[in-house]
Ligand binder design. Structure first.
Ligand code: 13P
Length: 288
């Protein structure tokens, strides 16, 4: 199957009341793990790629080539989108030119006037190529890929203005942050989420910072219009921990301790478990 426009699968999810996971990728192993679980679960899936991760993988074109060829080689038939995560203005244009099927333009650090103007330009450009666009209002807290957000609660009126530009889905800050949540975190601001849901004409909403949000809050957020939930840190944590445990238990010595494929395997299995669990929680299982 060809890469799909993420807006199309998210629109369906919004209408039918479930969420689709955006699982960020960093390398071949993660990509394969996520695609295999999506197929096993018969779930649509969005592969998130930050600009830093793309650079690590030697560029947007390499990522597109890897994913497209993997879809073919693994006989993946569920809908798959490749989505630029927290893209800059230039990054979004470059990702589109390289064949990404969806991009996020994160203009949340500009003032609202500039965010509106730049988002308009990216929407026009992306839609010319049939590519979906995610915009952001109210920066998501925490640090991701060197980009630090202070964590804001979005203004529903600004969300209305951005949504009206024709963006396909919208990330609104509602107290969510990237990475683990602090002990004294107050939880998601469901009041603002509800208000944003009501002012944005049923556009699918996006919940960043999917690691560490209690399951009941995720489900409640989905009921108020969140259709895409981003998960990255949790996969990083389980991947490294599983490999550390494997080596510390001396298992790498049992058979050819220097085989990188064997050493990475426990990490890959741990990621697969997280993706399975999230697809069930978000409700995307059997929605392909
Ligand atoms: P976490 O790293 O907290 O899971 O958030 C991922 C994310 O929002 C990517 O944009």
């Amino acid at each position: 199957m060809r890469l799909v426009n993420a807006g199309h699968i998210l629109k369906k999810a919004r209408k039918e009341g479930y969420g689709i996971g955006q699982f960020n990728i960093n390398n071949l192993e993660w990509t394969r793990a996520i695609l295999e679980v999506a197929q096993e679960k018969q779930s649509p899936v969005i592969l998130g790629v930050s600009e830093g991760a793309a650079k690590y993988m030697t560029g947007f074109k390499t990522v597109v080539g890897m994913v497209e060829n993997m879809i073919e080689a693994l006989d993946i038939t569920v809908p798959v989108a490749i989505h630029l995560d927290h893209g800059s203005y230039e990054g979004a244009k470059n990702a589109i030119a390289a064949g990404f099927s969806s991009v996020m333009f994160d203009g949340s650090h500009y003032d609202i006037k500039e965010n509106l103007q730049k988002t308009t330009e990216i929407v026009d450009y992306a839609h010319m190529y049939g590519i979906s666009v995610e915009a952001e209002v109210g920066s998501i807290g925490g640090e991701e890929d060197g980009v630090t957000g202070t964590g804001e609660v979005a203004d529903p009126e600004e969300c209305r203005q951005i949504a009206a530009l024709g963006v396909d889905f919208l990330a609104a800050g509602i107290g969510n942050i990237h990475g683990p949540y602090p002990e004294d975190w107050k939880g998601l601001d469901m009041g603002v989420l509800k208000e944003v849901g009501e002012t944005t004409d049923r556009i699918p909403l996006v919940l960043h910072g999917g690691t560490g949000i209690p399951d009941d809050q995720v489900s409640e957020a989905v009921s108020y219009g969140v259709s895409k939930i981003n998960v990255n840190t949790e996969k990083q944590l389980v991947f490294t921990q599983a490999i550390r445990d494997y080596i510390e238990a001396g298992k790498d010595k049992e058979s050819k301790g220097f085989d990188p494929r064997k050493i990475l395997k426990p990490g890959v299995e741990a990621i697969k478990d997280v993706v399975r669990e999230k697809m069930d929680l978000f409700g995307s299982t059997n929605k392909a």
